[in-house]
Design a binder for this molecule. Structure first.
Ligand code: PLP
Length: 375
C-alpha cells in the first residue's frame, strides 16, 4: 500500500473559479458598457502545481492560456488546446523560435535580444506577440523611454511578416496591496502606449479583482486579464480570503494519522524538543513532512484538521511526519483523515501565513512523491 498521503485536485472547482472570474468581468463590462475583457488563464509552473493537463480540461472557457515553459506549452497543445498560448517570458534562444513557430505560441517580447533573434529567424508564418513595458516591477520589459523604439522595431518585423498582431502589456508590482502605486503604473502604461494599436494585457488576479483598476481603464481598449492564483482557489490579497470572492480550493493535501500517543504534562515533542506539553496531551503522528512539500518553518498554532475537526500542529515538522494535537478529538485514531489544507481543512493561505509565505508557494511545492488524485 502507498503511504497514506495524497493531493486531491478538483477539476470542477477549477472550472468554477474560472466561471467566477468570467462572471465578475461580465458584470463589470455590463456596468461600464464595454466588451467583456478576455481571459488569459495563467497555467505556469505546471498550472501552479495542479498539472497542465487538468488545466486544459477544466479551463476550456478561457480565451487563452499563459505560461512560460516551452515544454509545458507543447504539452498543452498535445493535450488538445487549440486557443492562443502566451509565453510570459518569451523565448530564450534562437532554436526556441522553431517551437514557437511549430506550436503557434505567442511570446512576450521584453528585450532587444529577442528582437535580434526574430530578425534572424525563418518562420513559416507571422507570430503574434506582446511588447512588454516595465512600469516599475523592474523585472522584465522595456523601459518607458525605450518602449517606442522597441515598438517600431516590432512594427518593422510585422511589416516583414515575421510578427503578426502586436499587443501591449505590463505587470503591476503592488496590485495586491497598494492601489496608489497601481494607479501610477496604470497611468504610466496609458501614457506610453496611448497611440499604439492592439490588445492590452495588464491585470493579474489582484488587479482583476480590484474595482479601482477597472474604473481607471480606458473603455476602448481590447483587454485581456491574466488571473492565476484565484483560479486555483488562492487569494492574492493578504487581508481577504479566496472564499470571500466565491473561489473554491482546487487542491486538497490530505494524509492520515499513522500513530497516536498519550503524553503526560512536561514532555517535549519532536526535533529540538521545541514544544513541551503544558498538560496531558493526546497527539497524532501524520504521514506528511517537508519532503512532501509541507513547509518546515511553521509557527505555533498552524491550523490543520483531523476527522473534520480544526486543531493545530505541535513541535517541528520533520521530513516525513508532523505531529498534531488531538486532545479534544477523542474519536481520532490511526487511519483518521488529516487535511493539511483545502476542502474540509484550513485555507491554504492561512497555513502559508503561519509559514511566513504565500499560498502560491505551497501550491507549487507539493512534492512529486505525493500521489495525485483527480476528481
Ligand atoms: C504569474 C503571473 C500572472 C498571474 O499572477 P497571479 O497573481 O497568480 O494572478 C500574471 N502575469 C504575469 C506576467 C505573471 O508572471
Amino acid at each position: 500500500m502507498p503511504r497514506p498521503i495524497s493531493l486531491t485536485i478538483s477539476t470542477s472547482s477549477l472550472r468554477h473559479n474560472l466561471d467566477v472570474v468570467i462572471e465578475r468581468l461580465t458584470q463589470a463590462s455590463v456596468t461600464r458598457g464595454i466588451a467583456r475583457p478576455k481571459v488569459w488563464a495563467v497555467v505556469k509552473a505546471n498550472a501552479y502545481g495542479h498539472g497542465v493537463n487538468v488545466a486544459v480540461d477544466a479551463l476550456a472557457r478561457a480565451d487563452g492560456l499563459a505560461m512560460l515553459d516551452l515544454d509545458e506549452a507543447v504539452r498543452v497543445r498535445e493535450a488538445g488546446w487549440k486557443g492562443p498560448v502566451m509565453l510570459l517570458e518569451g523565448f530564450f534562444e534562437p532554436s526556441d523560435l522553431d517551437v514557437v513557430d511549430e506550436y503557434r505560441l505567442m511570446p512576450v517580447l521584453h528585450c532587444q535580444e529577442q528582437l535580434d533573434m526574430l530578425q534572424a529567424a525563418r518562420l513559416s508564418q507571422p507570430i503574434d506577440a506582446y511588447v512588454k513595458l516595465n512600469t516599475g516591477m523592474n523585472r522584465l520589459g522595456f523601459m518607458p523611454q525605450d518602449y517606442a523604439g522597441a515598438w517600431s522595431r516590432a512594427q518593422m518585423l510585422h511589416d516583414q511578416k515575421v510578427l503578426g498582431r502586436l499587443g501591449k502589456m505590463t505587470h503591476f508590482s503592488c496590485a495586491d496591496d497598494d492601489p496608489d502605486v497601481t494607479r501610477a503604473e496604470q497611468q504610466l502604461f496609458q501614457d506610453i502606449t496611448a497611440d499604439l494599436p492592439g490588445p492590452v494585457s495588464l491585470c493579474n488576479s489582484a488587479a482583476t479583482l480590484t474595482d479601482s483598476v477597472w474604473s481607471a481603464m480606458d473603455p476602448d481598449l481590447e483587454q485581456w486579464v491574466r488571473p492565476g492564483i484565484c483560479l486555483y482557489g488562492g487569494s492574492p490579497f493578504a487581508s481577504r480570503s479566496a472564499a470571500s470572492f466565491g473561489f473554491k480550493p482546487v487542491q486538497t493535501l490530505s494524509a492520515q494519522l499513522i500513530a497516536v500517543r498519550e503524553l503526560p504534562a512536561g514532555v517535549s515533542i519532536g526535533y529540538g524538543r521545541e514544544y513541551t506539553t503544558p498538560a496531558v496531551t493526546r497527539t497524532g503522528i501524520v504521514a506528511c513532512g517537508y519532503a512532501d512539500g509541507y513547509p518546515r518553518l511553521t509557527s505555533p498554532d498552524t491550523p490543520v484538521s483531523v476527522n473534520g475537526v480544526p486543531t493545530r500542529l505541535l513541535g517541528r515538522v520533520s521530513m516525513d511526519m508532523l505531529v498534531v494535537d488531538i486532545t479534544s478529538i477523542p474519536q481520532a485514531g490511526p487511519g483518521s483523515t488529516v487535511v493539511l489544507w483545502g476542502e474540509g481543512g484550513p485555507e491554504i493561505d492561512d497555513v502559508a501565513r503561519c509559514a511566513r509565505t504565500i499560498g502560491y508557494e505551497l501550491m507549487c511545492a507539493v512534492a512529486p512523491r505525493v500521489p495525485r488524485r483527480y476528481i
